[in-house]
Design a protein around this ligand. Sequence first.
Ligand code: GDP
Ligand code: MN
Length: 396
Amino acid sequence: MDIHEYQAKELLKKFGVNVPRGGIAYSPEQAVYRASELSGDKWVVKAQIHSGARGKAGGVRICSSEEEISDAAQWMLGRKLVTHQTGPQGKLVSRLYIEEATNIAQEIYLGFVMDRKLERVVVVASAQGGMEIEEISAEEPDSIIRSVVDPAVGMQNFQAREIAFSLGLEPALIPQAVKTIIGCYQMMWEHDANMVEINPLVVTGAGEIVALDAKVSFDENALFRHPDISELRDKSQEDPRETYAGDRGLSYIGLDGKIGCIVNGAGLAMATLDMIKMAGGEPANFLDVGGGASPERVLKSFKAVLNDKNVEAILVNIFAGINRCDWIAEGVVLAVKELDLKIPLVVRLSGTNVEEGMKLLKESGLEIETANTLAEAAEKVVGLWKASDETLAEAS
Ligand code: GDP
Ligand code: MN
């Protein structure tokens, strides 16, 4: 789960990380008022969306008058900001963060990620901040410093000092840098975050180290341990299809294609996506119904898949071990009737109670195509989808 920049900064501040003073605003008037509460004669208006690269998209504006603040706020609020991380649909800006502007002498990259292979936190840093880490690794790969944290002891002073020295910071800045690195690590560790990215971490003209931007992402499986973090969730920034499915306890990930998928098991679901692509289609989603799925759960899965208005055909692929094909079939029949399904549907059942399942589908008298293998199912659904697309084109 992602949070907004200002929320990340509030958390980091509690752990001793230096951040600019700022305030949140929901209207241009409020933005101007927030700036008046801050000292200085330059302010930064920052769109709060769950995405980086806002600067290049116009979502970060340095202003030196009330008028400029008001104009920037007017332009940003209510806009769907498109960055190269949001996808073409963009993300809605409904709140702004107004900060006192910082005088930048140097921009540094500082990131903390949970490395799944190492099962440890890895610190990634570079003196070439300001660019994204992908650009840094393409253009200045030698500038990247990596340091693995031993979970038994956590981030130690000497390790943070080593990172700070590798960044080439002046001796006078080392204690502040150490405090920042340890603060970020502690915040991450105590909240079960899986990513903390400060880009840029800056050295100011006055010789201070300040986190100018902050991106933090949390492990959703650990949110039950952090009710205060759960409260920071902003559903307006998430894929509405995923929010809908997630709220109903389904494991669903939205994709860009037209063929909806209902599958059991993450591995089989991934293989199903591949097979649809090989057959010339594009999957609309990943959905794992899990084990022992009841007819009601299958119905819920259909609702989640159809909640995506782009879906033009559905493939159900079940390899039943713990699942029962008759329950799945019952759910499919229930869904087709209750949801008055009009788009092509292909069902492939295999495993426990497959005969009963197939019988239920056949005896329902509904227009449900069946298949024996995954390859056959994928080809059938793509074929039916293409045919229905042509029929639609002819009709219009
Ligand atoms: P991002 O584009 O979403 O990563 O947003 P950032 O918060 O990182 O801002 C983008 C860029 O704007 C930074 O890399 C800085 O170069 C610049 N910027 C942001 N805040 C300030 C500031 O207070 N002063 C100055 N001079 N530049 C800033
Ligand atoms: Mn940034």
